[in-house]
Design a protein around this ligand. Structure first.
Ligand code: DQA
Length: 150
């Protein structure tokens, strides 16, 4: 099983960026934590982080032909603005789970709306880095169920 983890703008600055909200662990720590979890679960994982909306759209499109079975995405600020990322996810039709490190519902009003939620099978928010592991587990079960139904 191949899972692609996509992180949007400013998530490369985890650890220094607003640590009171996002914690003091870095983006590298996040990737290591997810890699270790995936290794235990027998999942192949790859990572993509970009500060550019079009690059994220391009990477989602590539997932159609690179064997990706499931996508975990934290679109960061693009969550609240990007119809292009929503449309890319709709186009590839790869099972997707949305993750937010913070609880976006408990913050500013503008963070309460997510375009990606319209396509995501599940949205996990406010669970810190652990939310990514929960998303991986959700996809693992979902994809296994889909395969056994075939
Ligand atoms: C975020 C929440 C977004 O509102 C914000 O723009 C981010 C990170 C989160 O993980 O909590 O950059 O997606």
């Amino acid at each position: 099983m191949e899972i692609l983890v996509i992180n949007g703008p400013n998530l490369n600055m985890l650890g220094t960026r607003e640590p009171d909200i996002y914690g003091s662990d870095t983006y590298e720590d996040l990737c290591n934590m997810i890699s270790e979890h995936c290794e235990k679960e027998g999942i192949n994982v790859s990572f993509f982080q970009s500060n550019h909306e079009g690059s994220i759209v391009d990477r989602i499109q590539e997932a159609l032909t690179d064997g990706t079975d499931g996508i975990v995405i934290n679109p960061a600020a693009y969550t609240h603005t990007s119809v292009a990322i929503l449309d890319a996810l709709k186009a590839v039709r790869i099972p997707t789970v949305e993750v937010h490190i913070s609880d976006v519902d408990e913050r500013e009003e503008f963070r309460k709306h997510s375009f990606v939620s319209l396509i995501a099978l599940e949205t996990i928010k406010g669970k810190g880095f652990e939310g990514y592991l929960m998303a991986v587990d959700f996809l693992k079960n979902y994809i296994a169920d889909e395969r056994s139904a075939d």
